[in-house]
Structure formats: C-alpha cells, structure tokens
Ligand binder design. Structure first.
Ligand code: MN
Length: 639
C-alpha cells in the first residue's frame, strides 16, 4: 500500500488531521524498520502502514494514527521511548509504549479459564482505550497475512485470536473486527468446515436474494406510506457465528443460514419504534423474541431493537431496527466514539469518555450495569492485577499484592512456608509489590512459618485469614509465664529491660514484687510518686488499687538477653526429645542445659535452659516449639 492512500483516507473524515505528524511518524517508522522484512518478504513498514489504514477506516484521530505507524519500533528496533517522546510528544509515546506492553504479555496454551483472565489482564494493563484499538487493528492485519507463517504457528495464533482478541473486540463493541478475526481464525482452525460453508454460501445465494427482496419490498411500501427514512440491508452472516449457532442450537447449517435476517436503519430513535410498530402490524411477532436494546443498551454500548415475526410463507424473519449512529457503534464500538465526539471537547481522555458514562446512566438492569462498570475500569484505573504462575496459569490479585498474597492464592502450604520469591527471574523481598504480567516463582522452606509481621505485608483477605488461622492455632498451646522470683537479686536493672514510652524524665522503673513479670509477658504499669513506675502482670490482682489515670505505657525492650528456663509438657512419643532439641538449636539458640522426665504414664516434661538473643528471638523459639507434634503446654521461668 502507498502512504498517499492512507492520507487520502484520513482527509476524507478528518479535515483538521495533523498530516505533518503522521508523515513524520511514517518516515521515522520506515527508517527504523529499514533492515526488517515481514514473513511475506515485503519491507516491514508495510505492516504498520496497513494497520494505520485499518485505524483510518475506524476514523481514528491523528495521534492514534501516528502511534499506529510507530507501534512496532520499540519492540523491533533500538528506538527508545525517550526518542519517541522527544520527536512525537508524550501522548504518542505513551500509546506506543502501551501497545508494546501488551505484546509482552505472553501466554502459551491458555486454558479456557485463563483466557478470561488474560483478557482482563489486557484491560488492566491498558491505560488508554486507544491502545487496545491499535492492538486489535494490529492483530487484524496479522491475521489477514497469516498465510505466510508455518502451519503449526497459524493454528496456535488462530486459537489465541479466538480465545482472546475476538472476545476483546466484542467487549469493546467492535463487531466488524470481531467477525473478521473470528472468520479468519475459523478458516485456519477448521479448514474443511470453512470450505464446506463457502461452497454452500455460493450455491444458495441467488435463491436467498430473491426471497429477501420480496420481504424488503413489502416493508418499503409501508415505510414510504409513513414517510419514514430507511435503508434496508440483508444482515451479513458470518461463518464462525453460523458454526457456533449450529453447535449451540443443535441445528443444521441450512436451518441457521436460511433464516431471513434484515436490518433497517433510520434517522432517529422515534422512527425506530414507529418502524417496529409497522412491522408488527404487517406480520405477527413471535413471542419472547423482542428485545429493546435502545432503552437498555448492552454493556458494550450496543443499541438496537430486535424482533422476530412470522413471514408471508410462515417462515421466521429476524429484524433489527436502529439509527445510523447506533449502527456505526455496533460495527466499530468504542472506536466509533471519536467520530461522534463533540468538536469543541477537551482532549482530556476523561472527557472523551463522558459519552460512555452517559450510557452508564441509562443502564437499568443491574447485571449489565456491573458489566459496564467492569468495562469502564479501563478508564477509572484498575484495582486488580494479573500475574502468572511458572506454568503460565493466570492469577488475579488486588493491586498492591505481594509475593506472599500470590503464594497463599496458589496454595495455603506454599503461603505458610514461603521464604522468598523470584519475579521475572529476579529475587525480590516478600514485601515487593507485584505488577501486571509478572511471572512469579515462590521459594519455600520447611523451616519457614507465618509471622505476625506478614499481616502488614499481605493485601488479600485470603492470605490474612490463613496467616491469622495459623497464628491462632499456635495459641492453642498455652504458654505460661512464671514469675521472676529472683528478680531482685539479679535484675539486672529494670530500666534496661523495660521501655518507657511517655514523657517523664528518668523515671525509676520497678518490676512489682507481687507478680514479678517476666520479659515477654503481658504487662501494665502505673505512675507512683515520686517519679516511679511500677510494672505488673496484666492479670495481677494488685493492679486494682491503681487509678486508671495513673496508667502509663511500657513495653519490654527488644534487646533482652537473659537466661531463661522453658518447661515443656508433652505427650510422649519416639523422638520427641530430639525434636525439641533440634528445633531450638535450629533457631540459633544457645542451650545451656536440657533434661527430660516422665511425669505420668504418657506425659513428659522437658526443661531447657537457654539464652535467647532478644525478645523476638524468644518468640521465634516459642513459635517453633509450639509446632512440634504432641506439645501440650509451655511454661517459662526466669533463672
Ligand atoms: Mn504489529
């Protein structure tokens, strides 16, 4: 194709088109792709040029056309996004970047369930709807030239087109592109069936045309009588849609193909309903076949009246009635919006979509309203991301999710033992925020256990629930904090182990002698004159004597380092003692002494003296000990 043909097409619908920009983009693309060839042997730039022509048929704006001409330079050539920004401005660069990002979403042999997620991933990745329009035009040209690729590749690409791109085109209301993508894909996937259909079409065409003409004449006569402007066309039938209807309705090719289907296009909504009335007077309507998509548009913006009537020879006739504008939108969907936009409207994309929102206001049926909201997410920005498992399965997560959320989404055990993650081949911390299209490998370790801190990292309720459940299970093994009877002799200086959080200078901190709290236990503290703070266990009965207003906030210092004894009570089993020792040693603990004894027939008591490095370390040790099978109770004493 010649560049001139593209310019002529653009000038045909956009008098104010920025031809200079489009010319510059074409020259830059020709230059950048000069060493490349298509599989057909043509110079590569023919491809962006053909795609731009498809965009011009959709009456797209100059920025989109320029971006289309440049859509493959980032991926195929050394050109960078900065180069594009400098030469063509941010908007063109942003669109090219968006199309490039979409082409990086790789999916191999996606299952049916994945296909929907991949379509959503496309929508979530796209920040400007024009990116998707360019991508679909790109796909359409690639499908039109699929004959140049090897057969295995043809089938794979055709299947992905059917699974992902055609439904996406449908979602955007771009029926013409959807039909063509489907019919080309059908041709490569079921070549025998395609050929049979084509032969039947050829043989029956003449007979069909005669029948349709007869019906058309009847309608035309009535519409002329009422001076209603009209244009009646036979509805084109697409191979793939006939094929799916045959499967769905268990009908033969003839039963579907022979059904007369007409489309009447008029000037305004009022005439649509008048035509409907006239048709229903000429022929009897078939109950249950009437749909008013004008009052209640479909989620993809489609509007039309649908009815079916009993024709002159008793055969059913399907009729669609709509305005010219509705017809354009039915064919081009969201792409048609630009040709109908108010000339004076702001360039701001939000405002461009105000027309779409207007339709939203008309939504009455709550199901389609939700669908429409989903559709508009592309504009309101996305609160979901789509990422891949190493096997290529797609997982949907809320925006801001981390590898831990992903791990729990895949399997609870993988979450519980998650020790690290590799995202797109790079090791990342567990708090790393995932992006659309990331490929994630979770590393697990059998020594790993869920941590309280994880609750701050994870985003999904599923992960939170699983972590909480795990932590709660742990609590079923009671830990009893003994009292530091010898606290006074040691103590080691209470101000060194208690952190005072309020604004009094150098208070004297005292661990109460009545309950002698041990580091790690739950404590409360009260201000007592002069300048002294008394620390008690929360369940000490003596705290009743303090006034609530005298309560102050204290915490155990985390750098606690002090020998303690833990007393573990467990049901005896082979290897229990070794398990306890190994578990504590594996936490990097310095064990001073350990001994075990039977206390009843089947209960044992294990006493271990050790020095945890700090409070966190002590908690970690206790968490690990609690996970050992048969443990019933843990008590802690100070030494
Ligand atoms: Mn391309």
């Amino acid at each position: 194709m010649r560049f001139k043909k593209l310019i002529k097409k653009i000038e045909g619908y956009d008098k104010k088109a920025d031809i200079e920009l489009i010319k510059k983009a074409f020259e830059f693309a020709s230059d950048s792709h000069k060493d490349e060839k298509r599989a057909s042997g043509e110079p590569y730039v023919q491809h962006p040029l053909e795609v731009a022509y498809i965009m011009a048929e959709l009456k797209q704006d100059s920025i989109s056309i320029a971006a289309t001409l440049l859509h493959d330079v980032l991926e195929n050539t050394p050109v960078t996004i900065e180069d594009l920004k400098k030469k063509f401005g941010d908007e063109v660069a942003m669109l090219v970047d968006g199309v490039t990002k979409l082409s990086k979403i790789k999916y191999h042999d996606a299952t049916e369930r994945d296909a929907e997620s991949i379509r959503k991933m496309f929508l979530a990745t796209t920040e400007d709807i024009r990116v998707l329009i360019i991508k679909l035009a790109d796909k359409l040209h690639n499908m039109r030239t699929l004959q140049h690729l090897p057969e295995g590749k043809q089938k794979r690409i055709a299947q992905a087109t059917l699974d992902i791109y055609a439904p996406l085109a449908n979602r955007l209301g771009m029926a013409n592109i959807k039909w063509e993508l489907e019919d080309i894909a059908f041709k490569y996937l079921r070549p025998d069936m395609y050929k049979k259909f084509r032969d039947k079409f050829g043989k029956k065409r003449l007979q069909r045309e005669i029948e349709v003409k007869k019906i058309k004449r009847t309608i035309e006569k009535e519409l002329k009588k009422h001076s209603i402007p009209y244009n009646i066309t036979g509805r084109p039938k697409h191979f793939y849609s006939i094929y799916t209807k045959m499967l769905k309705k268990h009908r033969s090719f003839e039963e579907i193909y022979d059904l007369t289907a007409l489309r009447i296009i008029t000037d305004d909504v009022k005439h649509c309903y008048e035509i409907l009335g006239i048709i229903h007077i000429i022929w009897k309507p078939i109950p249950g076949e009437f749909d008013d998509y004008i009052a209640m548009p479909k989620a993809n913006m489609y509007q039309s009246l649908h009815t079916a009537v009993v024709g002159p020879d008793g055969q059913p006739i399907e009729i669609q009635i709509r305005t010219k504008k509705m017809n354009d939108i039915a064919k081009e969907g969201v792409a048609a919006h630009w040709s109908y936009k108010d000339e004076s409207s702001d360039k701001n994309f939000d405002k461009k979509l105000s027309w779409l929102r207007q339709i939203l206001d008309w939504q009455k049926d709550s199901k389609s309203a939700k669908e429409f909201m989903d559709f508009l997410k592309i504009d309101f920005f996305h609160d979901e991301i789509y990422v891949f498992t190493p096997q290529g399965r797609v997982i949907c997560l809320p925006k801001g999710s981390t590898p831990l959320d992903f791990a729990y989404e895949v399997h609870t055990n993988i979450g519980n033992t998650c020790s690290g993650a590799i995202v797109n081949g790079r090791i990342v911390p567990l708090r790393h925020k995932l992006n659309n299209g990331d490929r994630i490998n979770i590393l697990t370790s059998k020594n790993q256990v869920p941590k309280l801190d994880w609750l701050k990292i994870v985003k999904t309720n599923k992960a939170k629930t699983k972590i909480r459940k795990y932590l709660k299970e742990l609590k079923k093994v009671p830990i009893k904090y003994g009292t530091a009877k010898k606290a006074k002799e040691q103590d080691l200086g209470e101000d060194k182990i208690i952190e005072f959080k309020q604004g009094i200078k150098n208070p004297r901190i005292k661990l109460a002698k009545c309950c002698h709290p041990l580091p790690g236990s739950n404590i409360v503290a009260f201000l007592t004159p002069p300048n002294r703070i008394s620390v008690h266990l929360t369940d000490c009965k003596n705290i009743k004597k303090y006034k609530k207003s005298k309560q102050v906030k204290v915490e155990w210092k985390s750098d606690y380092n002090h020998e303690i004894e833990i007393k573990i009570t467990a049901e005896d089993r082979v290897g229990l003692f070794a398990d306890v020792l190994n578990t504590i040693a594996a936490a990097g603990t310095n064990i001073t002494t350990a001994k075990g004894k039977m206390v009843t027939n089947n209960l044992v008591e294990i006493d271990i003296n050790m020095v945890p490095e700090d409070l966190d370390h002590l908690e970690d040790i206790l968490d690990r000990v609690k996970r050992i099978q048969n443990i019933k109770k843990i008590a802690i004493e100070s030494k």
